[in-house]
Every structure is written in C-alpha cells, then in structure tokens.
Design a protein around this ligand. Structure first.
Ligand code: DGJ
Length: 372
C-alpha cells in the first residue's frame, strides 16, 4: 500500500517536471515549467543574483494579448533550472484608469538592480501608456525593500529632458534642420539627419524616447540605463544617480542611425560588449555586437556574434539580458526570447552560453547545457 503511494507520488512529481528539471540542464526553446507546473511567464526578462538566489523578473503575457493585464512576474532559483513562482512583483493598477500602469498598458523588459547604499531593489522597465501603442516611449521606475516585491511604482518619464548628449557636436547642436524638412522618412538625407541628432533636438524639451532597455551596474557601482531611443534609430547610454532612482543627465548617443533594439551588455577584461538586434517587431533578425573601452564610447561595430544554423535569426530569438555568473570565471548567459505574438504566453526562452573566440564573444546553439 505504502509502496504504491510512494510510486504514485513519484510519478506525479516527474510528470509535473519538465525534461530540463530532471536533467538539470538548460534546454533552450523547450517548455520551462515552474514549481506549479506552469510554463514560466517572464518574457523580456532580466536576472538579479542576490544572497545566493537568482531572481528572474519578466513580463507576464496573456494567451492573446501583449498588453500588461497582470504585471511583472518574479521567479526564484538556486540552480537556474528549477524556478519557483514568487509573485507578481509589480502588479498593474486595476482601479484607476489614470495610473500610468493601469491594466492594458504595456510593460516590457523589466530589469532589477540592488543598490548597496540604500539597500533598495530598484526596478526599471519600458512603459507604454494604455491605448497609445508605442508612442509614449517612457521608462518606468518602481522600488522595493525585498527582491520579490511588491514593488512600489514611482513614476515614468522620457529621460534626460533638457539635456544634450555629451557627445553631440556643435554643428549637430546648432543645426536648424527639423523633422518638418522631411516629408518622407528613410531617404538618405533623412537617415543622415537622424544620425546627426534630428530626433535628439526634437525631443530635447520633453526628454529622449526610451523603449527596449537594460540596466547595467559597472564594477564601481555606477548604474547605466541603455535604451533604444530616437524612434529606435539610436542607442543611448545614460548614467543613473547614486541611488539608481533617476537619471543624472549625463548620456551619450551610440550607433547613431543604426536602428538597434534589445540591448544587452557584458564586460570582460575591461572591455564592454553590447549585443543588440535590428528592429523587426516580433520577428527575429540577426544580432549585432559592438565593443568599447568605456561605456561612453567610442563604440566599434563587430558584426553578428552568432555562428551556425539560424545565426542570421539569433536562433529565432531576440536578446533581453546577459547574466554574468558570479564566482565562475568568464561564464555569461545570453538570455533571449523566442516571441510568439499570436499566443504571447507561449513565448520560449533561448538561453545560450557566451564563449570567447580570439577574445571576442560568440554565440552557438546548444540543445542542452549547464551554466553552473
Ligand atoms: C521588439 C521589442 O524588442 C519588444 O520588446 C517589443 O517592443 C516588440 N518589438 C514590439 O513590436
């Protein structure tokens, strides 16, 4: 009788586990079940490693909508394979339609960083206001005393209002060319004007557009917001204040007019590597990489870091974060999303190891692998 019971319980446990949990391997593109047996719902995510635990924050997605109807989810794990659903760390607001984060807004690409000085967990994300498509192009901010939240929503805005980028030239700053000069976009003249700060000047008073984003904390504890700006034409890198709760107004434009989104970053041997994507909505494209000795540049383009089948499609995914494994030399996980826009909840996670060949990051496909 007892043997039967143990056997049934064991079978039930195994049935609720996914293959990766049994093998303890990361299996890109498979269904990844949480402790409840549900496919993990943390898209466009990022990871915070805190006191021996990995916290994965990501967008909750619905069966058939990309709108935020629930909020930002938080999961925890000690091995990067078995994930416990902690809670909705930043829920949408359901009783106030005028809230920035009212149900039906868009919340994307959440990233949480821990501030040593204030002992606060700071959550930044891309916010679009309800019913306005992707026009608002704001960054949102929330804060918590604990990694699992619930985070308190603070505000959303377009960063660096009234501030010019540190690397703008006098000619770009003083140019009288405006968007009104261009009845048509995408002409060579328009592209050159964009490269030369057309949208920076347009958005100077109200702040720079901020869509796909990540947050990077450097070795000296300074944090940076890296985001697709200027109608997704240019990446901007902006310094955050010491408490990570606002922008200082110091920022640069990089890869101007090069049409990048999905920024992810790593640092190795004093060099910064930025891996981004082209902008093709939910459809995958080839990743791009750039390198710099300093976050504020100069940045040099290196081309596609992916190698092998589907390398021109980032293995049918789009990057969201690079996790450096603390305590393991040169171990980095490239985290990406395989979007399924018709059934967003079904999106898969493509996590791959970053290797270094001739000192340069390379991404190859693995059906299964271990990060720890
Ligand atoms: C691609 C972005 O990377 C996603 O985060 C999302 O904004 C989609 N575009 C929307 O089309």
């Amino acid at each position: 009788m007892r043997t039967n019971y143990v056997f049934i319980m064991l079978t039930l446990t195994l049935l609720s586990c996914s293959a990766n949990q049994i093998t303890k391997k990361i299996m890109p593109g498979e269904i990844w079940k949480d402790d409840r047996g549900l496919h993990i719902n943390a898209h466009g995510g990022g990871i915070l490693f805190n006191n021996g635990i990995y916290y994965w924050y990501g967008e909750h997605k619905d069966e058939n909508s990309n709108e935020a109807n629930v909020g930002i989810n938080c999961y925890s794990s000690r091995d990067l394979v078995n994930w416990k659903f902690e809670r909705v760390a930043l829920p949408v607001v359901t009783n106030n339609d005028s809230s920035d984060i009212t149900k039906g807004c868009i919340m994307e690409r959440p990233k949480v960083v821990y501030n040593q000085k204030t002992k606060k967990y700071v959550l930044w994300f891309h916010l679009e206001l309800k019913g306005k498509g992707y026009k608002a192009a704001r960054v949102g901010l929330a804060v918590s005393d604990s990694p699992t939240g619930i985070f308190k929503y603070i505000r959303s805005y377009r960063p660096n209002a009234g501030k010019l980028p540190l690397n703008i030239t006098d000619e770009q700053k003083n140019s009288q060319i405006t968007v009104a000069n261009f009845p048509k976009s995408w002409t060579p003249e328009w592209i050159s004007a964009v490269e030369n700060g057309l949208f920076v000047r347009r958005d100077l008073a109200g702040g720079q557009m901020s869509r796909d984003m990540t947050i990077y904390v450097d070795d000296d504890g300074k944090a940076y917001h890296i985001y697709s700006s200027e109608d997704n034409q240019t990446i901007q890198i902006a310094e955050l204040a010491d408490d990570y709760m606002s922008h200082t107004g110091r920022y640069v434009r990089i890869l101007a007019g090069k049409h990048n989104e999905a920024p992810t970053i790593l640092k190795k041997d004093g060099k910064y590597y930025l891996i981004t994507s082209d902008c093709t909505g939910w459809t995958p494209n080839a990743a791009r990489m750039a390198v710099a000795d300093s976050l504020f540049g100069e940045w040099k383009e290196l081309g596609n870091p992916c190698v092998g089948a589907d390398s021109n499609l980032t293995f049918k995914s789009q990057g969201t974060y690079i996790l450096k494994i603390e305590g393991k030399k040169d171990t980095y996980v490239f985290m990406a999303d395989r979007w399924t826009p018709k059934t967003p909840i079904d999106g898969r996670y493509i996590w791959l190891p970053i290797t270094f060949e001739n000192g340069i990051p390379v991404l190859r496909w693995y059906n299964e692998w271990s990060a720890l």
